[in-house]
Design a protein around this ligand. Structure first.
Ligand SMILES: Cc1cc2nc3c(=O)[nH]c(=O)nc-3n(C[C@H](O)[C@H](O)[C@H](O)COP(=O)(O)O)c2cc1C
Length: 313
């Protein structure tokens, strides 16, 4: 992988195949992560497994799994042996109540032995590289180096760190200091994550790390991996064309009503940062059909294009 390694963060409810294909179209080298997916769910349901389906264009593509049973991890990883995925990532950072109750995600930070056994079993199960995404720690940063050393000894070949503790959830500001310190003591690539606003911000924060990962700032903004100058040159019409294409990709696997409603969470990201954006967003949020959504989006693009032409004449 070319360094610095730029990654799209796994985001449940967002980074499905349509989202990833949009990010890929604009960013040939970015490493794409799936939404996290339960190994127990995969075991019992083809529908859950289908969350991880991907097209060749998405590669390099890493699937993210969560769970707490080493044997089931091994079985799941083995089932992906011939799938062509670039890697398996294990979620050891999710702070959501249900995941913690299931003793998975972030709760593994409190059970180093189990966390290491999961990594070991996953590595042994197939020829697929295994990585881990975690946080600084449970309620402080004191155990980060020892926790990660254990994971690396167990076979993890890359570590991504969100610079907050489990207890912090999303509060406060991500602290990258402990991630730089960790890199000094770790032999595998370390990816920094937390509060990045764009490529230049990421390169500024990178320091000794091997790569960076961007999540929320990519929502409705698949250009987040471009330089500020490249992004500034984008016209609203370019953005709306991509937004419509994103919607059409969602439609390939979701029925119309569901797709239109679900797409609303992406619209507010695409339609912002220009005078009149609030009204345009409200208009698009009210659309109830595919035809209406595309028609309104195209007329917004056309209106702002003609306004821009008038202004330059
Ligand atoms: C809506 C949403 C869903 C998320 N889902 C996942 C997930 O499935 N797996 C995971 O490891 N992290 C997940 N995260 C955490 C992000 O990957 C990332 O670590 C976090 O948002 C911090 O990065 P950011 O400031 O660039 O967004 C999620 C975050 C958000 C906002």
């Amino acid at each position: 992988m070319t360094k610095p390694i730029a990654c799209l963060a796994p985001m449940d409810g967002f980074t499905d195949t349509a989202y990833r294909r949009i990010v890929r179209k604009l960013n040939p080298e970015v490493v794409l992560f799936s939404e996290f997916t339960s190994i127990n769910g995969i075991e019992h349901s083809d529908f859950v497994r289908s969350r991880l389906d991907f097209s060749q264009e998405e590669l390099p593509y890493i699937i993210q799994l969560f769970g707490n049973e080493p044997e089931l991890f091994a079985k799941t990883v083995e089932s992906f042996k011939d799938s062509g995925v670039s890697g398996i990532d294990i979620n050891m950072g999710c702070p959501s109540k249900n995941i913690i109750k299931a003793n998975a995600g972030g709760s593994l930070m409190n059970d180093k032995d189990l966390a290491c056994r999961i990594v070991e079993a996953s590595c042994k199960a197939g020829d697929i590289p295994v990585s881990v995404k975690t946080r600084l720690g449970w309620d402080n940063r004191d155990n980060l180096v020892s926790f990660v050393s254990g994971l690396v000894d167990a076979g993890a070949c890359m570590i991504s760190i969100h610079g907050r503790t489990f207890k912090q959830k999303y509060k406060g500001v991500a602290d990258w200091g402990p991630i730089y310190d960790l890199k000094k003591k770790t032999s595998v690539p370390v990816i920094g994550n937390g509060d990045l606003k764009g490529k230049e911000h990421a390169l500024h924060m990178l320091k000794n790390l091997d790569g960076y990962m961007i999540g929320r700032a990519s929502i409705g903004n698949p250009w987040v991996f471009w330089s500020d100058e490249e992004r500034a040159a984008l016209r609203l019409k370019d953005k709306i064309d991509v937004m419509i294409h994103h919607f059409q990709l969602i439609r390939e696997f979701k029925e119309e009503k569901k797709a239109v409603i679900e797409f609303r969470k992406h619209v507010s990201g695409y339609i912002r940062g220009f005078s009149g954006a609030k009204g345009c967003r409200a208009l698009l949020m009210r659309c109830e059909s595919e035809k209406e959504l595309i028609k309104e989006a195209e007329s917004i693009a056309q209106y702002y294009e003609s306004k821009a032409t008038d202004e330059t004449e």
